[in-house]
Design a protein around this ligand. Structure first.
Ligand SMILES: [Zn+2]
Length: 315
């Protein structure tokens, strides 16, 4: 089965303003590089449609969805009083990002593809139940988990978040839910402030949240040690039916927003571990969702390395 690349040029219509790091240029950097690489002829290209608002409401209440829509349509303004800027098209682009998620989950569970990388924006993992923040409007990974459960009767979903920032939104949405495991590696202390190792979930979800806070300056050795020596056992004991990756590439050594030293090759190695685990526990099903990554060349290179490892899963 194939590896899907899910992308629309309309993802560039979410205009965040001059000098904003979460820029439309991130899309062209990733896609131009993929199109010019040897992986391009091997991947299945998927052009998504917008998700219905009911899909967003699997995670966010209708009142929040309406509020985001109204603020976007009013013109450029920050959604959170900070740096989550939007334009009139941002709401429809966010629906299309969720549509990319839907296309990926549908493709995997209809067995048209084995795995996929969603080259989408705006990103999602900082989006809380009723708050859009950290460049994120709606929580794409959370929508993927809930859509897979709702549409395909999937019982357990594992979300592995290697974006350099902690995915506060995703953790909070599932921290009392035993059916969705949230695991994050991130720079700590750092934005958004959450993600201490003591945060392990609560109520029914106690034990299905796992944080690996890493000090600034960590690099390949720290990341690969966790991937090789800790994550396999955690994934195997949870035994998910689907693995989602919140794939931010801002832990890259060249990223301007963070202070980690992960190499392009390490992102490939990390993906290889996830591919192997998915093969062992969930028939290879991986939906990878782009989060951050702000050095355009590093983002493009790392995305290609990531896709190469996803492609190798077919063998
Ligand atoms: Zn990030």
């Amino acid at each position: 089965m194939a590896t899907g690349i899910i992308y629309s040029d309309r993802y560039m219509d979410h205009i965040t303003g001059f000098y904003h790091p979460e820029s439309p240029a991130r899309m062209s950097a990733v896609m131009d590089n993929l199109r010019n690489s040897t992986v391009w002829t091997s991947v299945q290209k998927i052009d998504p449609s917008s998700a219905e608002t009911e899909i967003i409401q699997l995670v966010h209440p209708e009142s929040h969805v309406s509020r985001v829509k109204d603020i976007c349509l009013s013109g450029i303004s920050p959604l959170d009083g900070g740096d989550t800027t939007v334009c009139a098209d941002s709401y429809s682009v966010a629906l299309l990002a969720a549509g990319g998620i839907v296309a990926g989950v549908d493709g995997i569970f209809s067995e048209e593809i084995l795995n996929a990388f969603c080259v989408i924006r705006p990103p999602g993992h900082h989006a809380e139940l009723t708050q859009s923040t950290g460049f994120c409007l709606f929580n794409n990974a959370a929508i993927a988990a809930r859509y897979a459960q709702h549409q395909y009767g999937v019982e357990k979903v594992f979300i592995l978040d290697w974006d350099v920032h902690h995915g506060n939104g995703t953790q909070h949405l599932f921290e009392d839910d035993a059916t969705v495991f949230y695991l994050s590696l991130h720079q700590f202390p750092f934005y958004p402030g959450t993600g201490d190792s003591s945060e392990k979930g609560h109520a029914d979800g106690l034990g299905t949240t796992c944080n690996f806070p890493l000090s600034a300056g960590s690099g390949d050795e720290s990341y690969l040690d966790i991937f090789e020596n800790s994550i396999p056992e955690i994934v195997a004991s949870f035994s998910p039916d689907l693995i989602l990756i919140s794939a931010g590439f801002d832990a890259h050594a060249r990223d301007p927003l963070a202070n980690m030293y992960v190499s392009t090759d390490a992102f490939r190695s990390m993906t290889e571990v996830v591919v192997r685990l998915a093969d062992e526990v969930c028939h290879g099903r991986i939906l990878s969702i782009l989060e951050g990554g702000y050095d355009l060349a590093a983002l493009a290179e790392s995305s290609e390395a990531h896709v190469r490892a996803l492609l190798a899963a077919r063998d």
